[in-house]
Design a protein around this ligand. Sequence first.
Ligand code: AMP
Ligand code: GLY
Length: 440
Amino acid sequence: MKVLVVGTGGREHALAWRLKQSPSVKEVLCPGGNPGIERVARCPRLSGNGHADILRLARDERPDLVVIGPEAPLAEGLGNTLRQAGYPVFGPDRDGAMIESSKAFAKDVMRAAGVPTAEAESFSDAAKAKGYARSLGLPVVVKADGLAAGKGVTVATEWEQVDAAIDENLAGRRFGASSERILVEEFMEGEEASVFGLCDGDTVYPLVPAQDFKRACDGGRGPNTGGMGAYAPVPAMTEELFTAAFSEVLRPTLAEMAARGITYRGVLYAGLMLTGDGPRVVEFNCRFGDPETQVILPLLEGDFGEILLACAEGRLRPMTMAASPAEAKSAPAGIATSPGHCVTVVLASGGYPGSYSTGFPISGLEEAEKTDNAIVFHAGTARGDAGDVVTAGGRVLSCTAWDRTLARAVEKAYDLADRVDFEGKMFRRDIAANALRKGN
Ligand code: AMP
Ligand code: GLY
């Protein structure tokens, strides 16, 4: 089949790369692309960035499956547009995407489905928000209601910080329309893990859990970013927690959406806090994580194209034959995870997540590509005037390696991160260090 991938970051490079290896997939198309994606996909230029341009491309190319990577087009209804035009789409419609695009909606679904999460209320009035924060006590979490590229959350440990975050969002409109409403939330303690449930509207199948590193600097310091690295699987996610994540979080959430008339086909991404009382939801996203996808897909076995198409066409159950992860282990078909470990280290532009410069030549890519069981996924890269590869975004590359042990995978990923270079290169030195310290 021919698969159209929408989006041009590191996650989409990983999706295109994994799709291209699927026996069922003949060709991957990724409009716009980037120099890494070009190696596995055809990347036609579009005249514009709108949904009409994607629809026109689909009409010309007639893809058998469309995979939408980022949240913004999903929240804007690209899934609706393409489905209405008759294409199978992996990625929810606008109503399902609200699980990410409105934190208040997500809380409402969780409350109705009895899904464990932090106590929270949503506000558009600053005084009421401050009053509620005081009833929760410190630390307290303030979140913009809408999409804010992973940067809309303040975990505040002092009242001054709480009030400033509330005012910046509501009065200051820090994230535009996304911060017209805010959520004030109870602080949860524990280790975080992301679980991606593949959904076909009715069945959900959980992939191997991953952990990402959201802060810019080592030791979890500095501002929140889109993610500076990740590893999978997550030793802190025990079998028991994983089963709970499936049966107490993913399954009831999908069922609640179905009960509301939402046919959710795509990834339901649960960002979880692994607390003493079990997994509790930090946030839901309506798509694959970035950079978690870069560590999950190298470990995933089976025909990825077929798996995503089965989700898009509402026939995942026969493929998994599983109602629970325990049953999945003995499932005859389809989706399995290799026993190895995978790590990715993000190379970012100096200054990210604040302002940064672009256009710097990148060296060492060809040499790095020679490493076995490793790949450098491209996120923010472009072709320079001389045809060379240059930096073009905040997160530039995602140096990924997998191996039988986590220690070896970490070593290989850092070897890549050291060898690939550009002016201002910035990366964290402690990706997966927490898991290694625990002796994995
Ligand atoms: P989010 O964008 O909702 O994933 O939040 C970004 C990060 O803020 C999360 O990965 C957590 O580290 C932290 N965070 C968000 N909500 C909470 C909470 N209720 N308790 C503790 N930490 C949180
Ligand atoms: N890595 C976090 C996210 O994709 O939202």
